[in-house]
Design a protein around this ligand. Sequence first.
Ligand code: PRP
Ligand code: MN
Ligand code: MG
Length: 188
Amino acid sequence: MALLDDQIERILWNEEQISGRVTELASQISDDFKGFESPPIFVGVATGAFMFLADLVKKIKLPVFVDFIRVESYGSGTESNGAPRISFDVKIDVKGKHVILVEDIVDTGNTLSCLISHLESKGASSVSVCTFLDKPSRRKVYFQLVGEGRFYRGFECPDYFVVGYGMDFAELYRNLDYVGVLKPEMYK
Ligand code: PRP
Ligand code: MN
Ligand code: MG
């Protein structure tokens, strides 16, 4: 088996850059939410957000709830197939609570727009989004946050298919501690 690093053409953000930015995001969020009486619920979008979620909540200086939700929208390829479906719902009751949806990347916006409506319909009093990467050039759906919800993003991502730090190609490469672009031959 080829070593992971040998399958990567280029690194976009390394571990140190990621951790520096995650610290900044966490301190911004801690600041923004410290005035609320109930702890925010950090809802990671499985599977991609698992690593970012873990790093982020470790640096939040407030009590928080942590949960997961799963949406199916991509198969094993690189293109969205349109209509996302919630296949695993949150365990915590979000009614009247402040929810922060945590994503690894926002691409077309399909996944988030589906999740935001879902959480709003469950009675969340606000829905914010914290995404590690944002690819605005690919947006098809302009989602709207709920209540006093805020939008946080780590970095703006150029229009490459990126892997690592939770992000996959065909379910692989999620365990890289950096974000990179695969060598072209790996997509075959
Ligand atoms: C990826 C990514 C986001 C979503 C973004 O998830 O983690 O959740 O796609 O794309 P969109 O803005 O076009 O909806 P994916 O569906 O590949 O599942 P995964 O997290 O399990 O990899
Ligand atoms: Mn995902
Ligand atoms: Mg994926």
